[in-house]
Design a protein. Structure first.
Length: 132
């Protein structure tokens, strides 16, 4: 009975570790998160470029910026697409990446609002109030 319990426990632990395994040649989650973040920012930049110069093509501009982002992260398009395919087959890992991106964006938005609020409203505590 005790042996069976230990065997089941080992099997459960082994199967849990297997689901988080990232094979060689696949971009690790933290690097993938950074890559996605930069690609999103690159797409926004491409849209801004098109707004200022209507002779530019959005698809070509976005592609060129994305290629530069890949170079900065030492990744090529093939490795990126292979990694995307891997993460699509592992939705929990993909969800973790996107949840982290969402958290970063939320923190950034909060910081921007806070910075704007403190610039617009110059609140000062009265001298009689002491903060420990």
């Amino acid at each position: 009975m005790k042996r069976g319990f230990i065997l089941v426990l080992v099997f459960i632990i082994a199967s849990c570790n297997k689901s988080n395994y990232i094979p060689p040649g696949i971009i690790k989650p933290i690097q993938m998160q950074n890559l996605f973040w930069d690609i999103i920012r690159g797409d926004i930049l491409a849209q801004e470029i098109i707004k200022k110069d209507s002779t530019q093509n959005i698809k070509n501009t976005s592609f060129a910026i994305t290629e530069k982002i890949f170079a900065v992260h030492n990744v090529d398009r093939i490795k990126f697409e292979k990694s995307i395919a891997f993460y699509e087959k592992h939705p929990l890992l993909m969800k973790t990446i996107f949840d982290s991106l969402n958290a970063i964006k939320t923190r950034k938005n909060f910081a921007d609002v806070e910075r704007k609020f403190t610039k617009e409203k110059n609140y000062h505590l009265p001298h009689s109030i002491k903060i420990p």
